[in-house]
Design a protein around this ligand. Structure first.
Ligand code: S3P
Length: 449
């Protein structure tokens, strides 16, 4: 997949990275705050919202259902919701751009209201399987028309009338699928029971409780979780403070670890236990990451990070850790390239259905930059040759994937030769200020070599 207006960028070896990295609001929480705000009665006030392409696509779609969303200043939004079950059919098709989360959660949110909506998106989103969401939603009575076996967009979804509660197991390790079912359950009569083996991110559960949903969660490591939601429910608008995104912080963290002499600080980063697999892994690799001033904000754990350049060593990353760092494997692969020894990342099948086939995109990026690796099934094993062991010099195909672009720009900050990525426009879907923020820390980017 290619973006028609692509903008290549090159990163070259930088001096030490220093200073404060104020990364933007968490994407998952931002998406959920807008969606729950649009479902609730009354007003929801949001601060720290991520102002990015994905979040703005969701805001646009929610207006189509009748909610009133107003941006009052950067990151500061007011949402006037309709009440659960009161969304109307949008007059035009809904374009979710690059956003898998926005589109899939909204499918769930409209599934038990008798309305119809057409979902579409950019070339990347149109190639991503929607079966994983719409097939489980049929238990509530939805029907849909889409493209082929994978139910690709454009997809027309018809919400169910008088939906009844369901008991269902989510086989895919996906917070998006789980969340879609939880949102559908809000307007279904009775107690829905949704179980999942993997402990995927739990922001929907936490936020639903804060908006007044009747929700229970019981979860156990290695066993999984069972969530119940009783519907129909009235949600009440509330205040949401969005913490800073650990998945965006990941790029600055790894950059500081691999660029000699670096020391950076990242204030107020979300440290929800289901989101910090990368930090756990980097600590095992020998990273100097200090977490200070742990506290709670808006029902989520946060803390300030201090990160120093570190000598890293290869480690085993078990498949059970995947849900807590699912978006961080591309940047972990970059850290692993600068480590000594092999880093084995196991159980990466979900990477194949992200904004790109991330397993394949990472492998190709490593290859063109001279980093040895093997792929065994869905495992990626990177053979790191230490801080000076990455040749670089390659041009990486990003396949409309923001995280592939930021990961390989990070590689170029410490490799022998500069690294080019073929397109940086998609970075705006999750982290529009990435280039400015990294430049302020000392990174060097060039539009042309
Ligand atoms: C997300 C869940 C993850 C993640 C995505 C955001 C969410 O997807 O990759 O960037 O906000 O629920 P899956 O749930 O499909 O793993």
């Amino acid at each position: 997949m290619h973006n028609t207006d692509s903008a290549p960028l090159t990163a070259r070896r930088a001096g030490p990275l220093t200073g404060m990295a104020q990364v933007p609001g968490d994407k998952s929480i931002s998406q959920r705050a807008l969606i729950l705000g649009a479902l609730a009665e009354g007003e929801t006030r949001i601060t720290g919202l991520l102002e990015s392409g994905d979040v703005h696509s969701t805001a646009g779609a929610l207006r189509g259902f009748g909610a009133v969303l107003t941006q009052e200043g950067p990151g500061s939004w007011r949402v006037q919701g309709t009440g659960v079950g009161k969304w109307k059919s949008p007059e035009t098709e809904l374009d979710f751009g690059n956003s898998g989360t926005g589109s899939r959660l909204v499918m769930g949110a409209m599934a038990t209201t008798a309305i119809t909506a057409i979902f579409t998106g950019d070339a990347s989103l149109r190639s991503r399987p929607m079966t994983r969401v719409v097939a489980p939603l049929t238990a509530f009575g939805v029907t849909y028309e889409a493209q082929g076996e994978k139910a690709l967009m454009p997809l027309t979804l018809h919400g169910a009338k008088d939906a009844k509660a369901v008991t269902t197991h989510v086989a895919t390790a996906s917070a998006q699928v789980k969340s879609a079912l939880l949102l559908a359950a809000l307007n279904a009569q009775g107690v829905s029971r949704i179980s999942q083996d993997a402990l995927t991110r739990d922001h929907s559960e936490k936020m639903l409780a804060a908006f007044g949903a009747k929700i229970t969660v019981s979860s156990r490591e290695q066993v999984g979780e069972v969530i119940t939601v009783e519907g129909p429910v009235r949600l009440t608008g509330c205040s949401v403070e969005v913490p800073r995104d650990p998945s965006s912080a990941a790029f600055a963290i790894v950059a500081a670890l691999i660029v000699p002499g670096s020391q950076i600080e990242l204030p107020a980063i979300l440290l929800n236990p289901r989101r910090i697999g990368l930090i756990e892994t980097l600590l095992e690799m020998g990273a100097k990451i200090e977490v200070v001033n742990r506290r709670t904000s808006g029902g989520e754990e946060i803390g300030d990070l201090v990160v120093r350049h570190s000598e890293l060593k290869g480690v085993e990353v078990p498949p059970a850790r995947a849900p807590s760092m699912i978006d961080e494997y591309p940047i972990l692969a970059v850290a692993a390239a600068f480590a000594r020894g092999k880093t084995a990342m196991r159980g990466l099948e979900e990477l194949r259905v992200k904004e790109s086939d991330r397993l394949d995109a990472v492998a190709r990026g490593l290859k063109v930059n001279g980093v040895p690796y093997t792929i065994e099934g869905d495992d990626l094993i990177v053979d790191g040759h230490g801080p000076d062991g990455v040749m670089g010099g390659g041009t990486v195909a990003t396949h409309m994937d923001h995280r592939i672009a930021m990961s390989f720009l990070t590689m170029g900050m410490a490799s022998q030769n500069p690294v080019t990525v073929d397109d940086v426009t998609m970075i705006a879907t999750s982290f529009p200020e990435y280039q400015d923020l990294m430049r302020r820390l000392g990174a060097e980017f060039m539009e042309r070599l």
